[in-house]
Design a protein around this ligand. Structure first.
Ligand SMILES: [Zn+2]
Ligand SMILES: [Zn+2]
Length: 253
């Protein structure tokens, strides 16, 4: 399975200000920078978007993505999210104040943005990829996604603090190959990590010990200002198969 971590902005390099992963060119996890990367035609190749939660670093480019898809194809974009996130998008994003209500505007009878409510723990299949949402630990309702192409599976677990169910579900998936994991803060900021629902290298090490050792773990969501300290701390850990996320890179698992 090919997974690309989209770059946040021109010149940002390794810094991950905004969060979007694209699987097999056609399915996006989050839309922090989805609407900022590539041409409208390239963006329109992404036919399904799955949102983990409503925080701005995960949804802020969704209006530009939807606009580009509509302009490039004449058809609307399809966005999947849990009910709480759908509610926030209606109230705070597609509300005519922040952006025109693309969920109400229509072209050929279809909304410019179709918001599809998903139920955690109920797999849905889109274009050959089966996606399962699993609740994780963050100050607002948030899910991780397990994406399975029938041959193998990859887990996207960001943003989260210490959590339980997702590791059990992912470990039961026989084809699990890789897991992207939140490591937002350095160890000395563990108190702030706890309040804001993120992990530090030390905490992440404890969490990923719950995954099979052969699974490749990729640390993502490193806060830009602390990136080097987090990298140094991660590299000093005795964890198996732990890598630092390469922003802009396409992984093949
Ligand atoms: Zn968040
Ligand atoms: Zn975030």
């Amino acid at each position: 399975m090919r997974v690309r971590i989209l770059p946040s902005a021109p010149g940002a390099g390794d810094l991950q200000h905004l969060i979007t992963f694209v699987v097999e060119d056609r399915l996006a996890i989050d839309a922090g920078c989805l609407g900022l990367c590539g041409t409208p035609q390239q963006q329109a190749a992404v036919t399904s978007v799955f949102l983990t939660h409503s925080h701005a670093d995960h949804v802020c480019s969704l209006p530009f993505f939807a606009m580009n898809v509509v302009d490039a194809t004449g058809q609307g974009a399809t966005v999947h999210a849990p009910a709480d996130v759908v509610e926030v998008l209606h109230e705070d994003l597609f509300n005519w104040r922040t952006w025109p209500d693309f969920t109400a505007l229509r072209q050929d009878g279809r909304p410019l943005v179709e918001l599809v409510t998903i139920e955690p723990r109920h797999p849905v299949t889109r274009d050959g990829l089966t996606v399962t949402a699993i609740p994780i630990n963050h100050p607002v309702p948030t899910v991780a996604y397990l994406v399975d192409d029938g041959d193998g599976a990859v887990l996207f677990a960001t943003d989260t603090g210490p959590t339980e169910e997702v590791w059990e579900v992912a470990s039961r998936s026989s084809g699990l190959r890789a897991a992207f994991i939140d490591v937002a803060f350095p160890d000395e900021m563990e108190d702030l990590a706890a309040i804001t629902g993120h992990l530090t290298p030390r905490l992440a090490c404890r969490e990923i010990a719950r995954l099979p050792s052969h699974v490749i773990k990729v640390a993502v969501h490193l806060k830009p200002a602390f990136r080097q300290r987090i990298v140094d701390q991660l590299e000093a850990l005795p964890a198996d198969n732990l890598a630092i996320g390469r922003i802009g890179w396409e992984y093949e698992f």
